[in-house]
Design a protein around this ligand. Sequence first.
Ligand SMILES: Nc1ncnc2c1ncn2[C@@H]1O[C@H](COP(=O)(O)OP(=O)(O)OP(=O)(O)O)[C@@H](O)[C@H]1O
Ligand SMILES: [Mg+2]
Length: 322
Amino acid sequence: MPPLNSTDPLAPTSVTETSATSDPHTHQNRQRNPSPDAFSQSAPPPEVGTVVGPFVLQAKLGEGVSCHVFRGWDQTRSAPVALKILNWANVYDRNSAMKQLRMEAAALARVKHPKVVRFIDFGFDPRWPYLATEFCEGRPLGELLRAGGALPPEWCLFLISQMVDALGAVWQAGIVHRDIKPDNILIGPNGNAKLIDFGLAKADVLSARGRTGPELAGTAAYLAPEQAKDASTVNHRADIYSLGVTLYETLTGRLPFEGRNRVQVIFQHLNAVPVPPAERVEGLPPLVSDLCLWMLSKNADERPQNYQELRQALDTVIGIRR
Ligand SMILES: Nc1ncnc2c1ncn2[C@@H]1O[C@H](COP(=O)(O)OP(=O)(O)OP(=O)(O)O)[C@@H](O)[C@H]1O
Ligand SMILES: [Mg+2]
């Protein structure tokens, strides 16, 4: 694990401290010591053509709860990037929004793996604080599922297999993603998958800092039972559960637990037995269905305990001998 130092965005700082980047180049728009008030709530929403740090915004890709996402052009490297920019209109607490974006940058900067979106830059632009990552061609898996329903089992296993590699690297970096779901997996040409959105990631080095009580985080449909109770204490096995939900959805086109609201869904994660995928998909090999149910074990001690164990089980199901 890389050491924490002053250039590590994970280093405990407040938003008034220096900007952080993996790269030595500096940007004109950055301030070394902006005060929290310098983050302007009155900044106009960024739009196509706006220059943010060294990037020119080219197209809007989406708008999350707290961020705009743009495709941008990196004028320094002459390459496309994806930019997450704080959406002040939806931000209640400017300091904690800044901290969260910095934590996302910090988590991403620690993981280097071809199946995980690559961190490029993080900037305290006073009007539009941003996180830049490599731009990935493709569409979120969630979009593909909403458009076409279940995928052929061999595709599902191929996608999940790539995510096992990605999450193995995330785990080795001491990070739990905590938001594994089809919308956070981009599918590019040839089914090449990339894990994105570390907005809820938890890093070991931060786990003991500033926690006062149980934390609620994650998307109800994909939440491990223990994460539904307290997201601050979960480990990588919660990501394995969420990946199990993702596998279930790709195989069957349905979620294992459906409900009218978050409480109903969480109640089922805690108490209900999922319908085996093999009962929903004719001809699905029992080994595939069983692997999925193993990942969905309510008790984390009964799931695959690590990514090596999951890798071996997956290889057996796919029929690969290493
Ligand atoms: N590196 C990238 N390359 C291409 N498109 C991306 C990239 N990162 C994000 N996107 C697009 O932007 C969308 C939203 O990104 P992301 O999941 O990171 O944020 P979010 O879920 O909206 O934010 P949050 O969860 O923090 O509210 C993705 O579904 C995808 O379409
Ligand atoms: Mg997302």
